[in-house]
Design a protein around this ligand. Structure first.
Ligand code: NOJ
Length: 567
């Protein structure tokens, strides 16, 4: 039985304003990408020097995790000044140079925006603290008196995502809300000054020339009126599955409608001739976009963020969390396309980011262990599955996100000693053992040398032995390498008309554990089982995550392998 699922079609003119509908967007984690000044910490100069690598890889856009002035209590997701660059990353001039160079190379730049909370060193919060109870600045955050005879108990029972209570008491006796670390006080989004300030911050960066914003904790800005108790003390387990009074409240959508209007005031940026498909991109203009980091209970709830007058894309975390299982993958693909179709938004696909264990390690472990693992698992199996999973992802209609280093097949570094770990979800409270540092280890560029080409001054998290064997230098030109697989896949994706944003996914008959679907002139076959399966060859092989033998019209599809076909 076949089934058709439609995705909205993208126009194919040379002046597309909806480049984002099928864009491949590469996440750069500035601390760990490239260190230009040799202080052991990645920076904008380093990023700028590596932009040609990203152009050659074949991505469309680069998303930069935060580089703003920040005390780094949560690796920059605690912003002290939204209009300044932290000196450890460079200056506004460096940011300007990155944006200009990227555009000249045909790459777009998306920056991270952190509107749910500021740093406790933000000027507003510092003044709110020093002015004391009753200060109008306290109304820009959530300050409350405590419960109990002397106000010694938090105002409600909410728990921080990083562990412990979501409230901290200040010396004058009031408490303030922080859904994340105490150094990250939540803004009160009911306050007009907060709303005005963020529209102004959007304009600041749009004037700087960015092509869009990845909106951090987009589901968290509005809290349920009265800040009601939840009544349970295992709230972390409910996240992403249940409706919480601090997440995914309907009021957030009003905010994104007003932001969309700000973006619509701006024309798209022109890209230079240096991009991978310079033909037709020369005079291209395109829209500026908003991308929601919204952990919602369902894909349908995520679709609410990308209605036509709100954001453009929302991360598909349901996809990221799906096991290497054909039936489960088919289900999440169907549900995702079905949810996005009615709102006219592209589906998005993502396998790794800076908050989860890299997919080469997740897929090396048994399913069901979650997304933050401490065990390396079977590395060879993990890499093989990761390559197959990536080819599946890149064959789906919509936009895909890559996380730096996945193109090298990097595993998580699962044995970082506790003394070097910096993730606040590890450091904060007993019972919390977030392990996000494992995917944040600086990436290897060269086979040898100080920090394997990351920089000349070591690396802020230690790189494991053998890291150089996985480097860009080691993999370049090796046809069997994961880097060359990504390069080929992105080139084929660009060249094949049927792999654009629109069109359909037509499921084809396939044995248990195998996925097969057709798009226009194209078929993707995925064997998620541990055995070779024999199926009719649907056409001519375009690319495979492993070699697949084809004879007499039959393909021997090896275990854990994806093959792309031209038909
Ligand atoms: C999501 C970000 O991806 C994560 O790294 C951060 O800790 C939280 N939001 C809080 O800003």
């Amino acid at each position: 039985m076949t089934q058709h699922l439609a995705a909205p079609a993208a126009p194919t003119t040379e002046t597309r304003t909806d480049w984002w509908r099928d864009a491949v967007i590469y996440q750069v984690y500035p601390r760990s990408f490239a260190d230009g000044n040799g202080d052991g910490m990645g920076d904008l100069e380093g990023i700028r020097s590596r932009l040609p690598y990203l152009r050659d890889l074949g991505v469309d856009a680069v998303w930069l995790s935060p580089f703003y002035a920040s005390p780094q209590a949560d690796a920059g997701y605690d912003v002290a000044d939204y209009r300044a660059i932290d000196p450890m990353f460079g200056s506004l001039l460096d940011a300007d140079a990155v944006i200009r160079d990227a555009h000249e190379l045909g790459l777009r730049i998306i920056v991270d925006l952190v509107p749910n909370h500021s740093s406790d060193r933000h000027d507003w919060f510092r003044r709110a603290l020093s002015e004391g109870p009753g200060s109008p600045l306290r109304e820009r955050y959530h300050f409350r008196p405590g419960k109990g005879a002397d106000g010694e108990l938090p105002p409600n029972d909410w728990e921080s995502i990083f562990g412990g209570p979501a409230w901290t008491r200040v010396p004058d006796g009031e408490w303030y809300l922080h859904l994340f670390a105490p150094e990250q006080p939540d803004f009160n989004w009911e306050h007009p000054a907060v709303q005005d300030e963020f529209r102004s911050i959007l304009r600041f960066w749009l004037d700087m020339g960015v092509d869009g914003f990845r909106v951090d904790v987009a589901h968290g800005l509005v809290k349920q009126a009265g800040l009601p108790d939840i009544g349970r003390h295992d709230q972390l387990k409910l996240l992403g599955n249940d409706t919480m009074p601090f997440f995914d409240q309907d009021g957030v959508h009003e905010i994104y409608r007003s932001w969309r209007q700000v973006l619509e005031e701006y024309a798209g940026n022109e890209l230079g001739p240096g991009g991978p498909s310079s033909e037709g991109r020369r005079r291209e203009t395109g829209g500026r976009i908003l991308v929601a980091e919204a952990w919602t209970p369902t894909v349908e709830r995520a679709a609410q963020y990308v209605r036509p007058d709100e954001m453009h894309q929302a991360f598909n975390f349901q996809y990221l969390g799906t096991s290497w299982d054909a039936a489960e993958l088919r289900e999440v693909i169907d549900v995702s396309l079905a949810a996005m179709g009615p709102v006219g938004a592209p589906a998005t696909w993502v396998l790794s980011n800076h908050d989860v264990t890299r997919h080469a390690t997740r897929l090396a472990n048994p399913p069901g262990l979650g997304t933050q693992l401490r065990t390396p698992g079977d590395r060879e199996l993990g890499l093989r599955r990761a390559r197959a999973a990536t080819l599946l992802m890149l064959a789906l209609p919509g936009s895909a996100y890559l996380y730096q280093g996945e193109e090298l097949g990097l595993p998580d570094v699962t044995d970082l000693p506790d003394e070097v770990r910096q993730d606040p979800s590890f450091l904060r409270a007993a019972g919390q053992d977030g392990f996000r540092d494992g995917c944040r280890v600086p990436i290897p560029w060269t086979t040898e040398g100080s920090s394997y080409g990351f920089g000349t001054g070591g690396s802020w998290l230690p790189q494991p032995e053998g890291w150089g064997e996985l480097s860009v230098q080691a993999q370049t030109g090796d046809p069997g390498s994961t880097l060359e697989l990504y390069r080929s896949a992105l080139a084929v994706r660009r060249a094949e008309a049927g792999l654009g944003a629109g069109g359909t996914v037509e499921w084809l008959d396939a044995p248990d554990g195998v996925l097969a679907f057709a798009r226009e002139g194209f078929v993707c076959t995925v064997n998620t089982t541990a055995e070779t399966v024999r199926i009719p060859a649907p056409g001519r092989v375009l690319l495979g995550s492993e070699e697949a033998e084809v004879s007499d019209g039959t393909v021997h599809l090896p275990a854990d392998t994806t093959v792309w076909w031209a038909v």
